[in-house]
Design a protein around this ligand. Structure first.
Ligand SMILES: C[S@@+](CC[C@H](N)C(=O)[O-])C[C@H]1O[C@@H](n2cnc3c(N)ncnc32)[C@H](O)[C@@H]1O
Length: 242
């Protein structure tokens, strides 16, 4: 296990400085990952699995950069953030200046499919497919193609009331669950191996006109996946690390 170099509180303070999207579009599901969830995801990747410190990291659908900048803050060797939306990328760049991490992250304004080189780790909070069915699959496919370890958030459609109650009552904000069958099948079909699935509650504020409550709370699952990269992809990653 990686030695804890940074306190989670310091990571949360950094993440809370990262501004959300100024004008989010429903069609791209542009809500920003909550600070506590981003910190948990980054902390598990960095200190439980040793997948951040000194590693090359890709944030697919980076939005305004919380996951990418968090990875840079924790000591990733190289970080790339890609998002199809120019305003998101401009805000991510401003966030990188504000947090003094400008030289640590490369931002790309483009579709996820422009990425072809490989990375040690992919972090992603993709569109969940609420607006466009299965929008997360394109992200998952790309992540499994270019990343050795993949951390991917997906909405849990099971609406397990008991689990929601348990998570609300507990001070530990995640619990292990089984994968949903269709995500499990998709990952297997793309040669990935699920190492763990952690359920947690995600709460997003009212940002779109169709939201009827002040905040929207739902179950999401963090999938931790080992991908089966080609020999060429593995050699590329090793080359970057030398
Ligand atoms: C749920 S938001 C997450 C943003 C950010 N990762 C975060 O967690 O705060 C999903 C992001 O994916 C981006 N996106 C949607 N479709 C995309 C595509 N085809 N290629 C690249 N980015 C895309 C959106 O612009 C949006 O910023």
């Amino acid at each position: 296990m990686q030695r804890r170099l940074l306190r989670k509180l310091d990571l949360e303070m950094l993440l809370s400085q990262i501004e959300p999207h100024p004008s989010p579009r429903p069609s791209l599901e542009q809500y920003t990952i909550p600070v506590s969830l981003a910190a948990t995801m980054l902390y598990v990747a960095a200190y439980t699995n040793n997948d951040i410190v000194g590693k090359t990291v890709l944030d697919l659908g980076c939005g305004t950069g919380r996951l990418a900048l968090g990875a840079a803050f924790l000591g990733a060797r190289q970080v790339v953030g890609v998002d199809i939306d120019k305003v998101a990328i401009e805000t991510a760049f401003e966030n990188s200046m504000k947090t003094k991490l400008k030289d640590k992250v490369q931002w790309i304004a483009a579709d996820v499919n422009v990425i072809h080189r490989s990375f040690d780790t992919v972090l992603q909070n993709p569109p969940f497919g609420v607006q466009k069915s299965r929008a997360d699959r394109k992200f998952l496919k790309k992540a499994l193609e270019v990343g050795k370890s993949v951390y991917s958030l997906h909405k849990d459609p099971r609406r397990d009331k008991q689990l929601i109650k348990q998570l609300k009552a507990s001070r530990i904000n995640t619990t292990s669950v089984s994968p949903t069958p269709f995500i499990e099948r998709f990952i297997e079909e793309h040669n990935g191996k699920i190492k763990a699935v952690h359920a947690t509650l995600m709460s997003i504020p009212h940002i779109f006109s169709f939201h009827t409550k002040p905040k929207h709370e739902f179950l999401v699952n963090l999938y931790i996946i080992e991908a089966n990269l080609t020999q060429d992809a593995k050699r590329f990653i090793e080359g970057v690390e030398k």
